[in-house]
Structures are given as structure tokens and as C-alpha cells.
Write a protein of this length. Structure first.
Length: 393
């Protein structure tokens, strides 16, 4: 793109982001007032309903992928007649907050911060992705690319359903933009191209109940065996790689006058840096059932991948360069970083799409009732989104 056109684009997206901010804040207040925790189908439907007018302004064609018990994944396409390629814009609609939380913790603004449940994770990201494109639509500058919005409803529990939508849409996608919470340092935007994977699982132990006094030796304590298994899990910690095993919560037995006949511990394996590490970890977990310390107890270990690793590679770096070009156009000095937290960007990257993450606003205290997002960063990241799309040409 010629320099004069680039500077015109920069002026348009800055002015457009300033103009759109009041609308974004008004809509953010509305959607933060809705309980939309994972599995809240009514809340999910209410949020998607509020997004429909903006999608209509964009000229998007929408598809609702319903998942009973979870809600609806909203797929929306802004498609020219002969697209040069397809860009995925991903964010999630669900939060970690259950029914009643939104009423107890209402949206409010203090200074430059907008407080609201899910405001930073990830409702502001949804709005940034939409209004960034809307700026270009109103200016007649939408790129000749298909823009496919993926607003899923189960990211907070590992996207067991949403990943199917990602897999389908990834097949012909050239780029994925993920609007999870933004990062910055000293005013410099930081874009994520690498994240660590996570495994969740449970250890179930079956023992034998007995009277803890007169028949103690006849019992086989499931709690004792679980204690050994917990120590074994912690022994797997890899401090050099930063792979950490954590067990919580744990439960087992009935009254303390009875040798425990059953026990359970839930665990998390976090910080998995590469997908090649998963088979090694899985082999260790699979071996635990054969390493029983309390004779007569039986151990069962079950687990699933919550998120794969998002590995830094040439494809993701190429996506970062697109974000960096837009940031530099707006006068910022970007950085490419790794982040330990897991997001759906890991799935899109694993499915082979060049992916850049953390494109949303700057937030604090996410997943808590003090969650808040910095208002100027909503404006800035909306301008960034518009610039990225405008530079596709």
C-alpha cells in the first residue's frame, strides 16, 4: 500500500475508533449485565441477540451452531463476491461467573476503567473485533477478504464443543486474529504467538471399607493410596521446563470411624510448552494405575487436554508481523511475546492457521468480581483491528 494511502487509513481508523467508543461502552454495559457463564443457554442467547444489530450493519451472514447444554456458537461471515482469502476473528462469549453474579456486581465506570464481569475476558474483545471492521465498512474500506467471526460459548471449560467449529473454519483460513485480553509494557503493545498447554484429570481410588477400630486391618484405605498418588503427581514437576502438576480439590471416605473405601483427587498439568511434551506426560499419567502402594486398592486415572500448546513458529510469526505493521502505522512499537495462559488461539494455531493472540483491550483482575478493562485501550485496540484489516488490501 502506498504511503499516502497508509496515512489516510491511519487517520480514518483513529477517528473511527474515537467515534465508536461510546457505542462500544453502551453495548459492553448491556452484555456485562447478562449472566453468561459457560452452559447458561439463556444468557448466551441474550448476548448473541445484542450482537445481531452490529453484525447486520456489517452485512454479515450469520450461522448459529447450537450445542445443547452449552449454548450457541455464533459464526458470522462478511464475504465479498470474490474473496482473496479468509480471516478468522475469534473471541468467546462465555464467562466463569454463575447465575446471579451480574446483578450483584453491576457494570460501572470509575475513571478510565470499565468494571464488569467478563469485560476483559472476553466481551470487550468481541466488540473490538466487530467495531474495528465496522469502521472500515462505513469508510468503504473493507478488504476484499472474507471475515469470519467465531464467537464460541465454551472457551472457559476448554472448548470441547467450540474446537469443532475452529477445526471446520480453519481448513481454508489464511490468518487468525484472537481477541483475548491485551498485553502491554511501558505503553508498547505486546502480541502473543506462543502459549502453554494444559491437561486436566482425576485420580479415582477404590479401597475397602472397614471399622477403623475392631476391623482396621481388614480395610484398604483409598485415602492413603490417594495420598501416595498425589505425591507421585507432584514428583512429575519439571521445574526446568516450567511444567507444573497441581492437585485440588481432594475428597474421600465417610466418617473417620470408617477406613475410606473411595477417594478422588482432581489435578491440573499446566505450562506444557510444546505439543511434543503431551505424549510424555500422558505416559506418566497412564503408568500411575500400575503403581499402587496400598495393596488391595485400585487406581483409575482419567484426563483430557484442556488446551494444546500454541507453539511459536514461522506461521504465527507471520501473523504477528501483520499486527506489528498495523501497530507501527498507529505510532506504537510492538513486541512479540509468549504467554503462559491458555486460550482458543492454541486450537487455531494447532489446526495450522497463522495465529496472533492478545489483540483485545488491557484488562485487570480477570476471572474475579473486580474484573475491569481500561477504556482508552478499547479505543486503541479497535483502531488496531481496523488497521490490520485495512492493510490486508
Amino acid at each position: 500500500m502506498e504511503d499516502a494511502k497508509r496515512q489516510t487509513l491511519a487517520r480514518i481508523v483513529r477517528a473511527g475508533a474515537e467515534e465508536m467508543l461510546p457505542r462500544q461502552l453502551a453495548l459492553l454495559e448491556q452484555i456485562c449485565a447478562i449472566d453468561s457463564g459457560t452452559g447458561n443457554e439463556a444468557g448466551n442467547a441474550a448476548v448473541t441477540g445484542l450482537l445481531e444489530p452490529v453484525l447486520s450493519e456489517l452485512g454479515a451472514r450469520t450461522e448459529r451452531v447450537r450445542e445443547p447444554g452449552l449454548g450457541t456458537h455464533l459464526v458470522a461471515r462478511v464475504r465479498p463476491e470474490q474473496p482473496r482469502g479468509k480471516v478468522l476473528l475469534a473471541a468467546h462469549l462465555d464467562t466463569v461467573f454463575g447465575p446471579g453474579f451480574a446483578e450483584k456486581h453491576p457494570f460501572h465506570i470509575e475513571g478510565e476503567w470499565a468494571h464488569g464481569l467478563g469485560a476483559g475476558d472476553c466481551k470487550s474483545g468481541v466488540l473490538i473485533s466487530l467495531f474495528g471492521a465496522l469502521i472500515l465498512k462505513k469508510a468503504g474500506l473493507l478488504p476484499p477478504w472474507e471475515l469470519t467471526y467465531l464467537f464460541t460459548c465454551d472457551e472457559e471449560t476448554g472448548s470441547r464443543s467450540g474446537r469443532k467449529v475452529y477445526a471446520r473454519e480453519a481448513q481454508d483460513a489464511a490468518l487468525a486474529l484472537v481477541f483475548e485480553g491485551g498485553r502491554e509494557r511501558d505503553g508498547r503493545p505486546r502480541f502473543v504467538t506462543s502459549r502453554r498447554g494444559v491437561i486436566l484429570g482425576t485420580v479415582d481410588v477404590a479401597g475397602r471399607e472397614a471399622h477403623a477400630g475392631k476391623a482396621y486391618l481388614e480395610g484398604r484405605s483409598a485415602v492413603l493410596e490417594l495420598a501416595h498418588q498425589i505425591i507421585r503427581l507432584y514428583s512429575f514437576n519439571d521445574y526446568e521446563k516450567g511444567i507444573y502438576y497441581n492437585v485440588a480439590p481432594i475428597s474421600g471416605g465417610r466418617p473417620n470411624g470408617v477406613v475410606a473405601g473411595e477417594a478422588r483427587g482432581e489435578f491440573c498439568v499446566a505450562g506444557i510448552p510444546e505439543n511434543a511434551d503431551f505424549p510424555v506426560i500422558q505416559a506418566r499419567l497412564d503408568s500411575m494405575a500400575d503403581q499402587v502402594t496400598v495393596e488391595g486398592c485400585q487406581v483409575q486415572v482419567t484426563y483430557r487436554t484442556l488446551f494444546p500448546a500454541m507453539e511459536r513458529n514461522a506461521a504465527n510469526h507471520s501473523a504477528y508481523l501483520r499486527a506489528a505493521e498495523a501497530a507501527e502505522l498507529l505510532g506504537w512499537e510492538p513486541e512479540e511475546i509468549a504467554d503462559p495462559a491458555a486460550t482458543d488461539g492454541a486450537y487455531l494455531s494447532t489446526y495450522g492457521v497463522p495465529t496472533v493472540d492478545a489483540l483485545s483491550a488491557i484488562a485487570e483482575q480477570i476471572h474475579t468480581t473486580e474484573e475491569r478493562v481500561r477504556i482508552p485501550s478499547i479505543r486503541d485496540r479497535t483502531a488496531l483491528c481496523a488497521a490490520m484489516l485495512g492493510l490486508l488490501g
